[in-house]
Design a protein around this ligand. Structure first.
Ligand SMILES: Nc1nc2c(ncn2[C@@H]2O[C@H](COP(=O)(O)OP(=O)(O)O)[C@@H](O)[C@H]2O)c(=O)[nH]1
Ligand SMILES: [Mg+2]
Length: 93
């Protein structure tokens, strides 16, 4: 995805099953991020999605808006595990 200094990167974090992926899909207007049944996480990796900037937001034209979906906090992915994954994603991007 290679975010640059002008891009806006929104990282969505929170407990598992609280609607992070659904929120991202609603903004994207499609079912791109995998959603789950609320008990087991479907989002096992940090995934990024680029959103087209709407025309009615002239101040954002020329920038990219990148939404980042993350595994929800739960037993196997505790907060430090998720934050570590996000930090690695940021570094490799
Ligand atoms: N009632 C209700 N259910 C929701 C809402 N957002 C998500 N869900 C449901 O909650 C479950 C988990 O959603 P998901 O987006 O996968 O959560 P994530 O683990 O935070 O990514 C799914 O069954 C969704 O359909 C909401 O705003 N209201
Ligand atoms: Mg999810």
């Amino acid at each position: 995805m290679n975010p640059g200094p002008d891009d806006i990167v929104v990282i969505v974090l929170g407990p598992v099953g609280h609607g992070k992926s659904t929120f991202i899909n609603n903004i994207l207007g499609g079912q791109k991020a995998k959603t789950d049944d609320g008990f087991f996480t479907c989002t096992t990796e940090v995934e990024s999605y680029e959103l087209e900037i709407p025309h009615h937001l002239p101040e954002l034209q020329g920038k990219r808006l990148i939404l980042v979906d993350t595994p929800g906090f739960q037993d196997v992915y505790d907060v430090s595990n998720v934050v570590g994954r996000v930090a690695r994603w940021l570094k490799s991007s």
